[in-house]
Design a protein around this ligand. Structure first.
Ligand SMILES: NC(=O)c1ccc[n+]([C@@H]2O[C@H](COP(=O)([O-])OP(=O)(O)OC[C@H]3O[C@@H](n4cnc5c(N)ncnc54)[C@H](OP(=O)(O)O)[C@@H]3O)[C@@H](O)[C@H]2O)c1
Length: 293
């Protein structure tokens, strides 16, 4: 008999906030309440009666992770912490839900990437996430959700583009990385679906559906929604974008995740484009006092 407590870790992040909304009875633990990198704190936390552990905590600064000075922090949050949480879940007989990324792949696969493609991470962050996936998979009852291009409550690409549009900046945006946005609410809905339906444990790709796009395509939609011309977005290649940025982490060109396993489980993710329009409708209008930061 497993417990009934639901705990969200990393509750202050984009995904953590969406999970907290989706599971209203859950205990929402942000970094200040429980630093998952602190093995002692994790071990001594009261996990009695926990049935579902939702781990949205992660070191997510992809470029900063390349700095050797940050390596210990990256590994502590994205690998060691996951191992400790897997142990907690195993001991409690709880289900561990963990989030991962298409960055575990190098992006050279032609077309949508299935869950069982061998990992081939290009960056320090990506390697830590691939190792974290393995750590989470060590517990029998686990769901690892691999996602991409997340948009939720908090700082993200869409908000950044809206802010640039409002300030009449004409940004260079990468036009050769292909993928799909994922709204944090869809990710949380997918978690609820997998858990509620008792879907087989394992790894699932979870993104929004719809035609593949590029960051530049998304930026143009955002600019248009802010009353700016699409041509204000300067479409550049990844190689051009990273000229003069030697410390930036390499990114995969293909971010497209195959959704066959997810849809076979009965979950239909929303299409990214209409969902993006809905999201844009929730942002403060250009020129209003609520800045779009
Ligand atoms: N964002 C994306 O585009 C994307 C794409 C693919 C996969 N993912 C994965 O999705 C998951 C959620 O990401 P997100 O988009 O919600 O990122 P996020 O907004 O950066 O949230 C991550 C949260 O984890 C917290 N955190 C970091 N280290 C922690 C620690 N040691 N203990 C407790 N909390 C800690 C952060 O707190 P602070 O703010 O205090 O640092 C932040 O609230 C991650 O596993 C990420 O790898 C994200």
């Amino acid at each position: 008999m497993t417990g009934t407590r639901v705990v969200v870790l990393g509750a202050g992040g984009q995904v953590g906030r969406a999970l907290t909304r989706r599971f209203p009875g859950a205990e929402a633990l942000d970094r200040a309440t429980l630093d998952v990198s602190d093995a002692h704190a994790v071990r001594h936390h009261d996990w009695s009666g926990v049935g579902l552990l939702l781990n949205a905590a992660a070191y997510t600064q992809v470029d900063a992770a390349q700095d050797p000075a940050n390596l210990a922090a990256v590994r502590a949050a994205n690998v060691d912490a996951v191992r400790n949480l897997a142990e907690v879940a195993g001991r409690a007989g709880a289900t561990l839900v963990h989030f991962s990324t298409e960055y575990v792949f190098d992006g050279t696969h032609p077309g949508p990437m299935p869950e069982d493609l061998p990992t081939s991470p290009l960056s320090v962050y990506a390697r830590s996430k691939a190792d974290g996936d393995r750590a989470a998979s060590a517990v029998d009852r686990h769901y690892v959700l691999r996602t991409s291009w997340v948009v939720g409550e908090g700082q993200n690409f869409v908000r950044t583009m809206a802010s640039l549009a409002d300030r009449r900046v004409q940004p260079a945006v990468v036009a050769d990385q292909v993928g799909r946005l994922t709204f944090a609410d869809d990710l949380a809905a997918a978690v609820a679906h997998l858990v509620d339906t008792g879907a087989p444990y394992g790894t699932y790709n979870v993104t929004c559906d719809g035609p593949p796009s590029t960051w530049a395509d998304v930026a143009e939609i955002v600019f248009a929604s802010r009353g700016r011309p699409r041509s204000a977005v300067r479409r550049v290649s990844t190689a051009e974008y990273f000229v003069g940025r030697p410390d930036a982490a390499p990114r995969p060109l293909n971010s497209l995740l195959d959704l066959g396993k997810l849809t076979a489980s009965g979950f239909r993710p929303r299409d990214w484009e209409p969902t993006l329009h809905d999201y844009l409708g929730t942002l403060p209008p250009p020129g209003s006092s609520g800045h779009c930061r």
